[in-house]
Design a protein around this ligand. Structure first.
Ligand code: UD1
Ligand code: MG
Length: 452
């Protein structure tokens, strides 16, 4: 049967104290609503419909890349009213799954369990020691669900019920359409409750299934920055556990942040305070030093990254030594056994095997050969204020310290550049090139003294 997914995201999020709509606040570097839309998309529904309200067009704009339909709910008269707004878009011969933009970490396998029985209604419920604030699942003597009662409408006895409504449910769309048409708002909050459809279904003899999530964090909703921070930590610990189970060594699983996907091969070691963003792949034996930030990068086997290094959109070979305090920027390709030391910035450059830039350099828009040594303080002057140019340094070249290579320029194979040179013309292979003023000593020169 076709699947339609409705995501409710119209709520104000008053307790976030933010101008940004609640569902656009991020967990693990990605807006909450985007997490839900991505998980929804994995179920290959025919439609994803997001109901938005507060924050105006910011919500559809932030998710412009997704294939979701956006429907404005104005005013917001309750969860049932929110789903009513989507009815013109829903396909009758489908099953509708209702999700929430502020319940970001719901998992695909839990949703699959909810969708197993396509002819009945299925509720995602949970047993809580402290069920306060939630709608309660009311069952009859035989244990069959009869209705959901909201906390504010519940009797003292009903408030004792520990099985709560997570809000997530699925029902055949045709039936849902009929039930939503019959909703009333005669309740403590004067709202159209989606939860009232349960009693209607029971009256019609429709079976109500209940399933539970595998993890409590899957159904945690976000209403405040405290809850946002708590869920962030739970999710990070969950990701750290996954790495530990695979055999990754983490100096402290509580001090790791993965905002995307980190794939590690065997015997990877990660020290404290590291942040991984986007897609990061660490091959066998890679070691990452403390407080490094690595984004959209592949690092090959046995490379060591020393502390405080920043690496963004780079490809790094085997046995390299990076950092401490190295910055490798987008478009950089380091081959094997390359050494990039402290305060060295590499941008959009390719550096071949066994080459070194160990101290205080800027290498931008350069093609560097094998076994090249780049001395301390070398700068590729790649930008004339309007255009960028490439620097080519061929195999076995030696660049003396404090050299400026004014691009476009080529340093030939095996060439040596004398320290302190400004190189504006190509340096021939195998020769020493330097552009240094002759050293003079002025005998008898006196330092100036203060005038009286
Ligand atoms: C709802 C459920 C309750 C459940 C709880 C779980 C109803 C009537 N009650 O209660 O049984 O235990 O969630 O957290 O459904 N929203 C809209 N438009 C609206 C109202 C709400 O989009 O007009 C969205 C909100 O942005 C939020 C979600 O629906 O993401 C839930 O709304 P909220 O008002 O927080 O529901 P609760 O009262 O907590
Ligand atoms: Mg409410």
């Amino acid at each position: 049967m076709a699947l339609n997914i409705v995501i409710l995201a119209a709520g104000k999020g008053t307790r976030m104290h933010s101008d940004k709509p609640k569902v656009l606040h991020s967990i693990a570097g990605k807006p909450m609503l985007q997490h839900v839309v991505d998980t929804a998309a994995n179920l290959q529904p025919t439609k994803i419909i997001v109901v938005y309200g507060h924050g105006g067009e910011m919500v559809p704009q932030a998710l412009a890349q997704s294939s979701a339909l956006f429907i404005l709910q104005e005013p917001q008269l309750g969860t049932g009213h929110a789903v009513q707004q989507t009815l013109p878009q829903l396909d009758n011969d489908s099953i509708t799954l209702v999700l929430y933009g502020d319940v970001p970490l719901i998992r695909q396998d839990t949703l699959q369990k909810i969708l197993a029985d396509q002819k009945s209604m299925t509720l995602l419920t949970q047993y809580l020691d402290n069920p306060k604030g939630y709608g309660r699942i009311v069952r009859d003597a035989a244990g069959k669900v009869t209705r959901i009662v909201e906390e504010k409408d519940a009797t003292p006895e009903q408030r004792q019920i520990q099985e709560i409504n997570t809000g997530i449910l699925a029902a055949p769309t045709g039936m849902l359409r009929e039930w939503l048409g019959n909703l009333r708002n005669e309740n403590a909050q004067g709202e159209y409750y989606l939860t009232d459809i349960v009693a209607m279904a029971v009256t019609q003899g429709v079976k109500i299934n209940t399933v539970q999530p595998a993890h409590a964090w899957e159904v945690m909703g976000i209403n405040s920055k405290i809850q946002l921070a708590e869920l962030e930590r739970l999710w990070q610990l969950e990701q750290a556990d996954r790495l530990l189970i695979q055999g990754v060594t983490l100096a402290d699983p509580a001090r790791l942040d993965i905002r995307g996907q980190l794939i590690c091969e065997r015997d990877v070691e990660i020290d404290v305070g590291c942040i991984f963003e986007g897609q990061v792949h660490l091959a066998k034996g890679v070691k990452i030093g403390a407080y490094s930030v690595i984004r959209n990068t592949r690092i090959a086997a046995n490379t060591q990254v020393a502390p405080y290094s920043h690496i963004d959109r780079a490809t790094i070979g085997e046995q390299c030594h990076i950092g401490p305090f190295a910055r490798i920027r987008p478009g950089s390709i380091l081959h094997d056994d390359v050494h990039i030391g402290n305060f060295v910035e590499i941008k959009n450059s390719e550096i071949a095997d066994n080459s070194k830039a160990n101290h205080l350099s800027y290498i931008g828009d350069a093609t560097v050969g094998s076994r090249v040594n780049i001395g301390a303080g070398t700068i590729t002057c790649n930008y004339d204020g309007a255009n960028k140019f490439r620097t080519v340094i061929e195999d076995d070249a030696f660049i003396g310290s404090d050299t400026q290579l004014v691009a476009p320029v080529t340093v030939g194979r095996g060439a040596t550049i004398g320290a302190g040179s400004t190189i504006t013309k190509d340096a021939p292979a195998g020769e020493l090139t330097l552009s240094r003023a002759k050293q003079v000593s002025v005998s008898g020169w006196q330092r100036p003294t203060k005038k009286k």
